[in-house]
Design a protein around this ligand. Structure first.
Ligand SMILES: [Zn+2]
Ligand SMILES: [Zn+2]
Length: 150
């Protein structure tokens, strides 16, 4: 089993041997702001199962008031890791699932199994499944359509 991941600019590359069971969509305000997204999707990995392959010197750490530490790439700004007191106690680190580029055929895709911190779920996320879906950028003819025009 093996998974390979990288940041947006690919300066930072790493390998994960196996993921732990905990994979969650986190809707906390800090994840929202740090990722610039409605929620983050973080997968837990034992430190012994994570190998940095390149760019470790490009990692910058931000420590929040609650002592959680988030690492990001100083070149492209991608979120690369999250650790809390819990993670430090059990020697794990959490990796954003979108960073994974490829995995062995015999490696199960880590599947998110919870939404957490839903108290702060984005108010504008409630209709996400009803929105039209396009394979690429939305057609310009549709650009002015709104949910209220039906
Ligand atoms: Zn980068
Ligand atoms: Zn969070």
């Amino acid at each position: 089993m093996a998974y390979w991941g990288s940041c947006l600019c690919t300066a930072i590359r790493f390998k994960v041997d196996v993921f732990e069971q905990a994979v969650a969509h986190c809707h906390c305000r800090m994840c929202q702001k740090f990722h610039g997204a409605a929620f983050s999707t973080l997968a837990e990995v034992k430190l012994e199962h994570l190998t940095w392959l390149s760019g470790q010197n490009k990692l910058v750490a931000y420590q929040a008031k609650n002592k959680t530490i988030r690492q990001f790439c100083q070149v492209c700004g991608a979120s690369v890791s999250f650790t809390s007191r819990y993670n430090r106690a059990v020697h794990t680190i959490e990796i954003p699932l979108p960073l994974i580029d490829k995995y062995d055929d015999n490696s199960p895709i880590p599947l998110p199994n919870a939404h957490i911190y839903c108290d702060s779920e984005a108010k504008w996320l409630n209709n996400i499944d009803q929105l039209p879906k396009y394979k690429g950028y939305r057609p310009t003819s549709d650009a002015l359509d709104t949910n209220n025009s039906k």
